[in-house]
Write a protein that binds this ligand. Structure first.
Ligand SMILES: Nc1ncnc2c1ncn2[C@@H]1O[C@H](COP(=O)(O)OP(=O)(O)OP(=O)(O)O)[C@@H](O)[C@H]1O
Length: 703
């Protein structure tokens, strides 16, 4: 038996009156904040920090306008609290008018059950449209212990949200987050957390709400920002509204291809090459390669002012060892060794001039001595010139040596000789040289077959997607030529432009797709390893060979926490009934997620001859577009058919399974499912294709 659900006119009126009060308070607070922002000066650091906090609070408040009040908890003690997207202080500032959904006082809204009522008698979901309350759904908690409460929290509100027409943009789900989702949203931020969930289980929803939760509970994270990595630009656009709507702006979004600023992917590559370049072995190989580029210890000859100085191997070797012992990047090590070399050279120059002066002085004293003797002989006075070696001994003061070292640093000939001995390097050219050198590949990249080595070396110029992670690794191993600037406070553009930006937290969506080298890219941007990786190992289509999470996230180390999502909110039961055999064919051992809803529409299938395929697809897509007018329809097809279908279909997107990843429509039309399944990792792709719809699935099979 489920707890009672009620919607009464009285309850709606009561919540409407509360919502009106909350809306007034919200307006007042915005006006007050605007006033403070206009008067806030940005003269000193404290004021600037205050300004930043006010701006953030304003964005958060403005974002809270929709969903100002969406829940209510009634306690056994007769008190009640309202839950909303942002907290609203009461007028006298002691009791909050509305509790922020992320605050501990709101937690029971997502977790209380009749078996564990947490001191509550009732949970109410308040459904609103704009400023109007349209319905309330009540769940009795205490006193309903006989009821199991089911899996779902606020089922009425949840199902209403899920049944809404798709808009092409993902919405927030703060009002209807479910228990298993909430547990992940609120999990601690330390160390990597891997979330496995089948299609439509809310992985993206959870990951984004987790960002909002973490930024709320750990405001210091906002100083470093959060990076959200998604599979495609289209996907990032689809989810782009969620965090701003939750008031969060300290976020950068990117794909693995766009993560390295200034690098553009210019050409496609085969799956084979993408797989090869994603292997973890490259990290060690590139490290060893860059290591080889560091000069070996040996005598170093440098010319200054026409004099040649030979700095001995022992000194150069010691400097090299000291610089490399800290595992510094190539250019940082170079800067340190060059500093040492200039110091050694300055000492050598100073020694040489002291020697020369000493020689000159010796000669001079000789002359003086002889002169004195002659004079003494001449007038027998025995007089001495009084000039002694100590006054012209040529030893430079420390200041003189420092000045000399500076001059040496600016000397062109010295700089040119040092650049030949230890050149500064460009990451792109360095990587290209390595990739095209079969002998080096053979020496350093373990496990490459002869054919694989040849294939890598034979690649044309221009970067492919697989190269980006290698390029990032080389850029990191080389480091910046000049000392990098200190990292300031988070600004999205600055963080996105800097390869070495260390984010406070990173979210990776469709995490099953990342290669080992792409994981290294992620780790470099999050040294604390505070990472949330969400994905479905059964939807993996990328060319790497991982079939388990243990393999897929091996680079993150052994201390990954793992969580699972088991309920499918998107895809209706009728469609999920089809996917079990597809999942088995994909080699999966996991059970498909359990669908929470039925759409009442059986999936259908039509057949088409090859020569009539495009017309049949166009006709069927047209019908669906009409049936779901105001919503969204999408077509998924094998890559080989996508181009032709795109030309023929107007207004309905045609995507490959890979491109459709993470997206959803009211209705999906899957074209040539056998063709999709026949591609590499095709069963996984078909699993993705079949699970994109919230209402209706059609398939066009080629006869
Ligand atoms: N608690 C919730 N309340 C309302 N809607 C939800 C909830 N959880 C998920 N949804 C909706 O279900 C759909 C699927 O969610 P989402 O895209 O996050 O799933 P996913 O697990 O990332 O799917 P996929 O594996 O296909 O990428 C979305 O429309 C999302 O808004």
């Amino acid at each position: 038996m489920r707890p009672e659900h009620t919607t009464t006119t009285r309850a709606v009126a009561e919540e409407q009156s509360f919502l009106d009060r909350a809306a007034d308070r919200h307006r007042q607070l915005l006006i007050r904040l605007d006033g403070e922002l206009t008067h806030a000066s940005s003269r000193d650091a404290t004021e600037r920090a205050r300004h930043a906090v006010l701006r953030r609070r304003r964005a958060e408040l403005a974002g809270g306008e929709r969903g100002l009040v969406f829940g209510r908890l009634d306690g056994l003690d007769g008190t009640s609290r309202r839950i909303g997207r942002v907290g609203l202080p009461g007028v006298d500032d002691d009791e909050p008018l509305v509790v922020d959904w992320r605050a501990p006082a709101a937690h029971a809204f997502y977790t209380a059950t009749p078996l564990d009522p947490q001191g509550l008698t009732r949970r109410r979901h308040i459904r609103t449209e704009g400023a109007r309350v349209v319905a309330v759904d009540d769940e009795e908690l205490a006193g309903a212990a006989g009821a199991d409460g089911g899996d779902l929290v606020g089922e009425g509100a949840l199902l209403a949200a899920l049944d809404e027409r798709r808009t092409g943009r993902m919405g927030t789900a703060v009002a209807t987050l479910q228990r298993e989702q909430d547990a992940i949203v609120r999990a601690g931020a330390e160390g990597p957390l891997v979330v496995q969930g089948g299609p439509g289980t809310g992985k993206t929803v959870v990951a984004l709400h987790r960002v909002a939760y973490l930024l709320f509970t750990q405001p210091q994270l906002a100083e470093r920002g959060v990076l959200v990595l998604g599979p495609s630009r289209r996907f990032l656009d689809y989810i782009g509204q969620v965090l701003p709507a939750l008031g969060e702006t300290a976020v950068v979004s990117a794909t693995c291809e766009t993560l390295l600023a200034g690098v553009r992917v210019e050409r496609a590559e085969s799956r084979e090459l993408a797989e090869i370049k994603g292997r973890a072995v490259w990290q060690g190989a590139l490290t060893a390669y860059v290591e080889q580029l560091v000069p070996e210890a040996g005598d170093l000859s440098l010319t200054f002012d026409g004099e040649t100085y030979v700095l001995p191997e022992a000194q150069i070797g010691a400097a090299l060892r000291a610089a490399r012992s800290g595992g510094q990047p190539y250019h940082a090590a170079r800067r340190h060794v060059v500093e040492t070399v200039l110091g050694l050279l300055a000492d050598a120059v100073a020694d040489r001039s002291a020697q020369l002066l000493a020689q000159a002085e010796e000669g001079f004293e000789d002359v003086l001595g002889r002169l004195d003797a002659q004079l003494a002989r001449a007038d027998d006075r025995g007089a001495r010139s009084g000039v002694t070696g100590s006054e012209v001994d040529g030893v430079m003061s420390d200041d003189d040596v420092d000045e000399l070292r500076e001059r040496l640093g600016e000397d062109r000939a010295v700089a040119a000789a040092l650049a030949v001995w230890w050149p500064t390097l460009d990451a792109g050219r360095t990587l290209a040289r390595f990739l095209h050198d079969e002998a080096l590949l053979g020496e350093l990249v373990r496990g490459l077959s002869d054919a694989e080595r040849r294939a890598v070396a034979a690649e044309p110029g221009g970067w492919s997607a697989g190269d980006v992670a290698l390029l990032d690794a080389v850029a990191d191993l080389l480091g910046d030529v000049a000392e990098p600037d200190e990292q300031g406070e988070f600004l999205a553009d600055t963080a996105a432009a800097r390869r070495d930006w260390a984010y406070g937290h990173v979210v990776v969506d469709e995490a099953q797709e990342l290669s080992a080298m792409q994981w290294h890219m992620v780790l470099r941007r999050c040294p604390t390893r505070s990472i949330t990786a969400v994905g479905d190992i059964d939807q993996a289509e990328a060319p790497h060979r991982h079939t388990t999470w243990v393999e897929a996230v091996a680079v993150l180390g052994e201390r990954c926490r793992r969580a699972d999502l088991t309920i499918c909110y998107r895809t209706p039961r009728e469609v999920m009934a089809l996917v079990e055999p597809v999942l088995r064919a994909a080699g999966s051992a996991t059970a498909p997620p359990r669908a929470v809803r039925s759409s009442g529409r059986e999936p259908w299938q039509v057949q088409a001859r090859e020569d009539a395929l495009v017309d049949v697809v166009a006709a069927r897509a047209g019908e669906l577009a009409e049936r779901y007018a105001g919503g969204r329809v999408g077509v998924v097809a094998p890559a080989s058919r996508a181009l032709e279908l795109r030309r023929a279909l107007d207004g309905v997107p045609v995507l490959t399974a890979l491109e459709a990843k993470g997206l959803e429509w009211d209705a999906a039309l899957v074209v040539d499912p056998d063709g999709i399944a026949a591609q590499p990792r095709g069963w996984n792709g078909l699993y993705v294709a079949l699970t994109r719809c919230t209402q209706e699935l059609g398939q066009v099979v080629v006869r």
